[in-house]
Design a binder for this molecule. Structure first.
Ligand code: DQA
Length: 148
């Protein structure tokens, strides 16, 4: 089972970026925890973990998943609220590569502009508000879905 974990703009700054909102874990910490969780869940679960600040790159990566990955875990970051292109890319592959959306913060408790997700309707589910632990919850949920 191959799972692509995608992180959007500014998530490379985790650890020092507004830690009162996003926590002190770095993206490398989250990647290590996901890999540890994946090996507990099963020997055949592989994680490919990426981050980009480019909307175009994110769209290209999503569009390229068909036939290569079984599922996507995505934190589109600010593109969640703005990018029809990312939403369309997720919808374009959703029949073959289901996605779970993750947010470190509970965006509904923040500024109104963050309440709307354009990408959530392209995903099978969404997890938010548990900082880095949300990625682990998303992994467990996606592996369950894919194992059914
Ligand atoms: C975020 C929430 C977004 O509103 C914000 O732009 C981010 C991170 C989160 O993980 O809480 O960059 O996706």
């Amino acid at each position: 089972m191959k799972i692509l974990v995608l992180n959007g703009p500014n998530l490379n700054l985790l650890g020092t970026r507004e830690p009162e909102i996003y926590g002190y874990e770095t993206l490398a910490d989250i990647e290590a925890e996901m890999n540890a969780c994946a090996s507990q869940l099963g020997p055949d679960i592989q994680i490919d973990f990426r981050q980009t600040n480019s909307e175009a790159e994110l769209i290209t990566w999503i569009g390229d998943t068909r036939g290569k990955y079984d599922g996507i875990i995505i934190n589109p970051a600010a593109l969640t609220h703005t990018s029809l292109g990312v939403a369309d890319a997720l919808k374009a592959v959703a029949d073959a590569v289901p996605a779970v959306e993750v947010h470190l913060s509970n965006t509904h408790r923040r500024e109104e502009i963050r309440h709307k997700s354009l990408t959530a309707s392209a995903c099978i589910g969404q997890l938010m508000g548990f900082q880095g632990f949300g990625y682990i919850l998303a992994l467990r949920a996606l592996v369950c879905e894919l194992s059914e």
